[in-house]
Design a protein around this ligand. Structure first.
Ligand code: CTP
Ligand code: CA
Length: 226
């Protein structure tokens, strides 16, 4: 069953969302991953659909199912995610909620790596492409609104502000994942939206509420530009 919600402020607008972790292969049976569940990206995509957007949902192997009503593009690796993103432009806005692996094994083995009488395998790494930075810095066809996420500890706002400037995105959704916040892996989030020349601190709320508030803010920003 396909639910079509064609009404709402984002009707006729196309938004791309990346979500979930990426898996980087070591050999045919092993991979490097991270603990992203895909919950926040999924909630953002759902909230955008509810506002009437056409949503392209580029997702790594997440724990939670994709929301109803999005166009799912399933990928495994960071490189596949980058190609999938590029293949689905242009869009009116792009939200990068995926936890992209920073590194991949430079040459994944085509054969299963076998134990060698106690000799240890040595893996060599290569840095993955920064998808958010690449899209933010496009000279032709850049989405009018590019939103990144940043999970930080310690001086969260300073780290996230520097990250926004370095990558060139319009907004960064910063969240404090220090152990004492108890945020990591939970159903709630406490975020600050960092933009050119300012920041809005939102109170702690559910990931769904963060997603709804963010989708509304995206709708206002897109509609302001029309
Ligand atoms: N991101 C991306 N591609 C990557 C790495 C990150 O698109 N290869 C995006 C994420 O989806 C997120 C933002 O960039 O929206 C910030 O990710 P983060 O891991 O915090 O940034 P990094 O530049 O990887 O910095 P760090 O060393 O803090 O991990
Ligand atoms: Ca990273």
């Amino acid at each position: 069953i396909r639910v079509v919600l064609s009404d709402g402020p984002l009707r006729g607008k196309r938004v791309l969302v990346t979500s979930g972790p990426t898996h980087e292969p070591i050999d045919p049976v092993r991979y490097i991953a991270n603990r992203s569940s895909g919950a926040q990206g999924t909630a953002v995509a759902k909230a955008l659909v509810e506002l009437g957007a056409e949503v392209v949902f580029v997702t790594g192997p997440a724990d939670v199912p994709p929301p109803v009503g999005v166009q799912v593009v399933a990928v495994e690796t960071a490189q596949q995610m980058k190609h999938a993103v590029e293949a689905n432009l242009p869009v009116d806005a792009a939200v990068f909620a995926a936890a992209v692996a920073d590194w991949r094994v430079s040459t994944a083995s085509m054969s299963k790596i076998k134990k060698q009488n106690g000799a240890l395998p040595v893996l060599e790494f290569a840095e993955n492409p920064d998808i958010l930075a690449a899209v933010s810095q496009m000279t032709v066809g850049r989405p009018p609104l590019v939103v990144g996420f940043a999970a930080e500890t310690d001086d969260v706002i300073a780290h996230a502000t520097a990250k926004r400037a370095r990558k060139g995105c319009d907004w960064i959704v910063a969240n404090d994942v220090s152990p004492e916040t108890g945020i990591m892996g939970g159903a709630e989030n406490a975020v600050t939206i960092i933009f050119e020349g300012g920041a809005d601190e939102w109170p702690r709320m559910t990931k769904d509420a963060v997603a709804q508030k963010l989708a509304e803010r995206i709708a206002s920003a897109i509609l302001d530009k029309d």
